[in-house]
Design a protein. Structure first.
Length: 278
């Protein structure tokens, strides 16, 4: 792995990375397909190119027919996001499609308001847990000071409060993360009422954590994501479903939904836009 990272880094030093596919997946994490050029700050595999999308992308102008980035934009400041999308535009061919997937701020807020109304109606304990979960979904990734945050603590409680709602909202990936959390033998018992009580960390630890990129620095809905795409030079921003795309054969790569059509991150807003031809 080290040798392939160094070889790729030499390519960066030379000014550009060799690409083998006209499809680009940036910030791929461990969700990537071999038919794509995959890139991430922390490559999960030797097939993934090391890249920092806050800098100029190491690809020539008009290299790609399509570019995709899932659950990455919200980890950038609005300024960094604008720079990144402009770079995506530059490396796309005229007429090329960008597909951006982010947690859907509108969906979270609507879910929160629904849960709030139900919890405010009476003494239903389940409804109060659902309300508390939606508050965590809305805020935790913006304020946490330790990896996993309140979500991680929530997922290590036994039983997991309002597990059905979490699985419905966050889908298969969260279900797997919860199962692996529950299987940990080093898990300490946590009373669910203490989930929000994050252990204190020093200012230094908090700053080091903030620099690691796990936190969300902004969030988007179908209006603001379309705006930032337009402001970055794209046209025709359009919300999509997980299984709908202007990228040919997109569903066959199983990036947003598996072969059975199960949506991998159902809390998402999927949006595509086009690099203008002239
Ligand atoms: C929440 S994960 C999403 C991973 C994958 N795209 C998915 O949808 O499951 C965010 C990914 O963005 C990557 N990332 C964060 N900041 C980055 C940066 N500055 N440059 C490149 N990748 C970055 C992280 O390493 C991580 O793999």
């Amino acid at each position: 792995m080290l040798s392939s990272i160094m070889a790729a880094a030499r390519g960066v030093y030379a000014g550009r990375l060799a690409t083998t596919s006209p499809l680009l997946n940036v910030g791929c994490g461990n969700r990537f397909h071999a038919a794509w050029t995959n890139a991430d700050l922390m490559p999960a595999s030797p097939e993934v190119l090391p890249i920092d999308l806050r800098r100029r992308l190491p690809f020539a102008d008009s290299t790609f027919a399509a570019a995709y980035s899932s659950h990455v934009l919200e980890h950038l400041t609005p300024l960094e996001a604008r720079g990144f999308l402009r770079e995506m535009q530059r490396v796309l061919r005229p007429g090329g499609v960008v597909r951006i997937v982010v947690p859907d701020l509108e969906g979270i807020v609507r879910g929160y308001l629904r849960a709030l109304d139900e919890a405010a109606c009476g003494a239903d304990t389940e409804a109060r847990w659902r309300h508390r979960w939606m508050t965590v979904e809305l805020l935790d990734q913006m304020v946490r000071t330790q990896s996993g945050g309140a979500m991680g603590r929530w997922w290590s409680c036994t039983p997991v409060p309002c597990l059905d709602l979490i699985q419905e909202r966050l889908g298969a990936e969260a279900t797997m993360a919860i199962a692996s959390q529950q299987a940990r033998t080093d898990r300490t018992f946590l009373d669910p009422v203490d989930i929000l009580l994050a252990p204190a960390v020093s200012d230094r630890e908090a700053m080091a954590f903030a620099a690691r990129g796990e936190r969300h620095k902004w969030m988007y809905d179908r209006v603001s994501l379309a705006d930032v795409l337009r402001e970055s030079g794209f046209t025709e921003p359009r919300p999509m479903t997980a299984v709908e795309s202007r990228i040919p054969a997109f569903t066959t790569y199983e990036l947003d939904a598996d072969a059975s059509g199960n949506i991998l991150k159902p809390d998402s807003l999927f949006m595509e836009a086009v690099r203008p031809s002239a």
